[in-house]
Write a protein that binds this ligand. Structure first.
Ligand code: UDP
Length: 240
């Protein structure tokens, strides 16, 4: 039974940067394997898990836009394709552990994955399958954080769990300021007004407007993903 669980259906956001681990390559298979193991352990307990993957480990549109004639939209489509690579890698890893997993892309790539169909995604979740949403929102000028907020709202997931390489949200940049403190919880307005680089404004606004709490936590600490999915205290909680 999943009675003791706080969340019934979650949207796990895995950034591309987190997937890279400490590898020089784009993806660290140790990271994808540990994600798969932890997700497996909670799906077996009945928690429904949808995942939005980023692509920043391979290609980030904003850093390439403007480089020798590459316009922003084209750069962003390349970025969205990068998320599909991560999604397929993660799917294959999950399936190697016996977790039924479907990838749905925001634009059609029918030979590779299902197209995004909301009702079908929900049906997969109800049947205990993990659904990985790829290609972001399908629109340039957006991010996969915004895709996470959007898909979370669409499929009625209860929370966005944002897996990153840091322990949560700090009151200053912990890489520059040794006195930076990890914040236990904060409001959407804090995130926006204090310019805490947690999520872009579009994403955080979408969460606020739809009352979606966001948990920011460190993916690299063993057990953290399952803790976050089980609703145990981990990282920083952003809410009303
Ligand atoms: N992207 C986009 N629209 C979306 C989501 C993503 O154009 O709805 C592109 C954008 O170029 C972005 C890239 O895909 O830089 C990779 O996504 P993101 O930077 O959000 O990945 P993350 O930071 O999570 O690794």
């Amino acid at each position: 039974s999943n009675q003791s669980y706080r969340w019934r259906r979650v949207l796990l956001k895995v950034s591309g940067e987190a997937l890279a681990g400490d590898q020089a390559q784009n993806i660290d298979p140790k990271v994808t394997m540990s994600i798969a193991r932890e997700v497996a352990s909670v799906t077996r307990l009945g928690v429904e898990v949808a995942i939005v993957v980023g692509g920043g480990n391979i290609f980030r549109g904003s850093t390439w836009a403007g480089c020798s004639g590459l316009d922003r939209s084209s750069a962003d489509y390349i970025g969205m394709l990068a998320t599909v690579m991560n999604a397929i890698f993660l799917q294959a890893t999950m399936e190697s552990l016996g977790i039924p997993t479907r990838v749905q892309t925001a634009f059609r790539m029918s030979e590779v994955a299902e197209p995004y169909i909301r009702r079908r995604a929900v049906r997969h979740l109800e049947k205990g399958r993990v659904v990985i949403f790829a290609a972001g929102t399908g629109n340039p000028f957006f991010t996969t954080d915004t895709a996470a907020a959007l898909r979370c709202a669409e499929i009625n997931a209860e929370v966005v769990l944002k897996a990153t390489n840091v322990d949560g949200v700090f009151d200053a940049d912990p890489r520059r300021n040794p006195n930076a403190c990890l914040l236990d919880s904060l409001s959407y307005n804090d995130v926006m007004s204090r310019d805490l680089s947690v999520m872009d404004m579009t994403a955080i606004t979408l969460c606020q407007e739809n009352n979606i709490p966001v948990v920011v936590f460190n993916l690299n600490k063993p057990g953290n993903i399952s803790k976050a999915i089980k609703g145990e205290r981990v990282g920083t909680l952003i809410g009303a």
